[in-house]
Design a protein around this ligand. Structure first.
Ligand code: NAP
Length: 210
C-alpha cells in the first residue's frame, strides 16, 4: 500500500512515519513537506512543497490513504487567520487533491472537543476542518481526537509543559478521556485507520490512546 503523510516532520507525524516505514504492508510513503528532511529510507519520498500552492498534478497524490498530522499553535502562527490556514486550509487542500487523484481514505489528527459550533477558537477550527473534510467524498474518513499529547519536542511550549506535568500528577484520579495521549499511541490509531479502512466516517476518542 502507498501512504501519504502530511506533517511527517512533527511529533505525531514523525511517529506515524517511523511506524509506516517499519511496516511491511506499506510499500511507499510520500511525505510532502515545506523543509527537507534528514530521514532517508528506500520507501520514503519527501517532495518539498509550498502548502499555499500545492502541486495539483503530482502523481504521488494517488495513494491508498492520507494521514494528516499538520498543525500549529496560534502563538507560533502569529494570528488566528494564519493558524486557520495551517489547521484547516492545508489539510483540506491536501484532501481535495488526494481525493481528486483517486485516494479513497483520509485520516486526520484532530483534537478532543472538535466542534464547528464551539465558542473556543481552537475547537471551532478543528470542528470546521472535520466538517469540510466530510464533504470531500472519501470512502473512509477517520478523525482521531487526542487530548494533551505526550512526547519529546525540540521546541519549548511553556503552557503545554505545565499542562503535561499537571496531568501526569493527576492521572490516577482523572477520567480516562482526560489522560495524556502519548504521540506513539496516537500514531498507532492513525496508521491503523489508514491501513485497515472501514467505509464511512469514524471518530477515535482520546480514551483509546492512553
Ligand atoms: N499539542 C497538543 O497537546 C495537541 C492536542 C490535541 C491535538 N493536537 C493536534 O495534533 C496535531 C499534531 O500535533 P503535533 O504535536 O504532532 O504537531 P507538531 O509537532 O507541531 O507538528 C506539526 C506539523 O505541521 C507542520 N506545519 C506547521 N506549520 C506549518 C506551515 N505553516 N506550513 C507547513 N507545515 C506546517 C510542521 O512542519 P514543520 O516541521 O515544517 O514546522 C509539522 O510537520 C495538530 O493538528 C495539533 O493541533 C495537539
Amino acid at each position: 500500500m502507498k501512504l501519504i503523510i502530511v506533517g511527517a516532520s512533527g511529533l505525531v507525524g514523525g511517529e506515524v512515519l517511523a511506524l509506516a516505514l517499519a511496516d511491511p504492508a506499506v510499500e511507499a510513503v510520500m511525505a510532502p513537506a515545506r523543509r527537507a528532511t534528514a530521514t532517508t529510507h528506500p520507501k520514503l519520498h519527501a517532495p518539498l512543497v509550498d502548502f499555499d500552492v500545492l502541486p495539483s498534478d503530482a502523481a504521488w497524490w494517488k495513494a491508498d490513504a492520507v494521514v494528516c498530522t499538520l498543525g500549529t499553535t496560534r502563538r507560533k502562527a502569529g494570528s488566528e487567520q494564519a493558524f486557520r490556514r495551517v489547521d484547516h486550509d492545508y489539510p483540506l487542500a491536501a484532501a481535495k487533491l488526494a481525493h481528486a487523484h483517486g485516494t479513497p481514505t483520509y485520516v486526520l489528527n484532530s483534537a478532543m472537543g472538535a466542534d464547528a459550533n464551539s465558542r473556543f477558537f481552537y475547537n471551532r477550527v478543528k470542528g470546521e476542518v472535520e466538517r469540510d473534510l466530510a464533504d470531500v467524498g472519501f470512502r473512509s474518513l477517520t478523525f482521531v481526537r487526542p487530548g494533551l499529547i505526550g512526547g519529546e519536542r525540540d521546541e519549548f511550549r511553556a503552557g503545554e509543559r505545565i499542562g503535561l506535568a499537571a496531568f501526569a500528577v493527576l492521572a490516577p484520579v482523572l477520567p480516562r478521556r482526560l489522560r495524556i495521549n502519548p504521540a506513539g499511541h496516537i500514531a498507532r490509531e492513525l496508521l491503523h485507520a489508514a491501513l485497515q479502512p472501514e467505509p464511512g466516517t469514524h471518530v477515535v476518542e482520546s480514551d483509546r490512546m492512553i
